[in-house]
Design a protein around this ligand. Structure first.
Ligand code: ADP
Ligand code: MG
Length: 403
């Protein structure tokens, strides 16, 4: 299986970095608030172990990342000097922000570095070549260093120059964060402690079909919530009111149900739901049985009965992976189901893994992130792993055991 391969990649601990110039692809794609300040520095903090590991060995640490979606041109508000300043505080040492990521000025700045120094290259996506995986751009980045470290789990599902191009030119190894992310997903997918449950939610089945397809062959229990529950309910012959039913996915859902039956997987749908006329704050809400959704009403959250049932089921699990909120948790009226599932996971004595941008946001918002075994720093990359597909950025790294 693909995930087994990813586990055998060489890591930064298996290569001599002492005194070397090391280019670290980090994921500093942090959310910014309206004033352009860093709203959440989780991703920066997650990169610290690898950076510290390198500094302690007198490596010259050249960090690079993208931030936001600058479309191949310089956007002042997306300069990485913001990140360099925060990093400098967290590391308690200077972090020099360079004004570009390639070119003669960058090369001379890097040449002047001493062992243990840290510089941060400018936003990679100021150059259109980054997203195009342009070979010449990758070569110019690679020229800065002697070793390449990928620690950007959140970018590793993208075949961009800094992710897959640079490792063609240098010894290429996984950083400590990447190793932890890959190792966690690989372990729960390949050799989970059982019972193993997956909770899958979010807006649509079509966003999660590959994940559902892969996960159903691995879990003991599959719990479905979120907007996608409407399509599952419709496939079982229930009316879903005015909820969005993905009619082109009814067959796919039916096949999932068949596979669950064949494999003896318990597939749980919410027995009751919170419905509303519109998905807006302040609208009147009602709890109804899932089999009796009134005309004109939309499923906005799982109901309290479903939250009880899901919590009971989860309490008996030894491994749980969760992707996709149970309701429109961004609106307080529809957040309770997601909060209850988060609480059930927080109380669980077993392995709990959270993947997906919105799911992570929810868990952080409820203040429960540090009660989970692992909260992934990657959205798309986590989904790619849950779908059982290889990450290009991991495939590009050197295999363990090679010189
Ligand atoms: P993740 O980013 O964790 O992978 P998704 O992107 O799949 O999660 O889903 C997140 C979105 O799903 C949220 O914005 C949430 O509002 C939405 N959602 C959850 N339940 C419903 C629902 N019943 N109807 C519509 N949207 C929903
Ligand atoms: Mg999402």
């Amino acid at each position: 299986m693909q995930n087994v391969i990813s586990r055998r990649k060489k890591t930064v601990r298996e290569i001599d970095v002492r005194g070397k110039r090391v280019l670290v692809r980090a994921d500093f794609n942090v959310p910014l608030d309206e004033d352009g300040a860093i709203a959440d520095d989780t991703r920066i903090r997650a990169s610290l172990p690898t950076i510290r590991y390198l500094c302690e060995r007198d490596a010259r640490v050249i960090l690079c990342s993208h931030l936001g979606r600058p479309k191949g041109v310089v956007e002042e508000r997306l300069r990485l000097v913001l990140v360099a300043n925060r990093l400098s505080v967290l590391l308690d040492q200077p972090v020099v922000a360079l004004r570009d990521c390639i070119g003669p000025e960058v090369e001379s700045a890097v040449a002047a570095m001493n062992g243990g120094d840290v510089v941060l290259l400018e936003n990679l996506r100021f150059h259109p070549e980054e997203k195009k995986d342009d070979p010449a751009f990758a070569e110019r980045l690679a020229r800065l260093a002697e070793i390449y470290v990928n620690d950007a789990f959140g970018a590793s599902h993208r075949a961009h120059a800094s992710v897959v191009g640079v490792p063609e030119h240098l010894p290429a190894v996984a950083g400590l964060l990447l190793e932890k992310e890959i190792g966690t997903f690989a372990r729960i997918l390949e050799d989970p402690e059982r019972p193993f449950a997956a909770v899958i939610g979010g807006a649509k089945v079509s966003d999660k079909l590959e994940v559902l397809d892969n996960i159903i062959s691995r879990v003991d229990t599959l719990i479905i919530g979120g907007g996608m529950a409407a399509t599952f309910l419709a496939s079982r012959g229930y009316g879903a009111g005015a909820s969005y039913v993905e009619t082109d996915r009814l067959d796919a859902v039916r096949r999932l149900e068949e596979r669950a039956t064949e494999r003896g997987v318990r597939l749980l749908l919410p027995g009751d739901v919170v419905v509303a006329e519109r998905l807006e704050a302040g609208v009147p809400t009602r709890v109804v049985p899932a089999a009796e959704i009134p005309d004109g009403r939309i499923i906005a959250d799982i109901g309290p009965g479903a939250a009880d049932e899901f919590s009971r089921e989860l309490a008996g699990s030894r491994t749980v992976v969760w992707n996709g909120p149970m309701g429109v948790f961004e609106i307080p009226e529809f957040a309770e189901g997601t909060r209850r599932v988060a609480a059930a996971l927080a109380n669980l004595r077993g392995t709990t893994v959270i993947g997906g941008g919105s799911t992570t946001d929810a868990v952080v918002r409820f203040g429960l992130a540090d009660q989970m075994t692992h909260v992934s720093t990657g959205g798309g990359a986590a989904l790619t792993m849950l779908a059982g597909k290889p990450l290009p950025g991991v495939t590009a790294l050197d295999d363990a055991g090679t010189p």
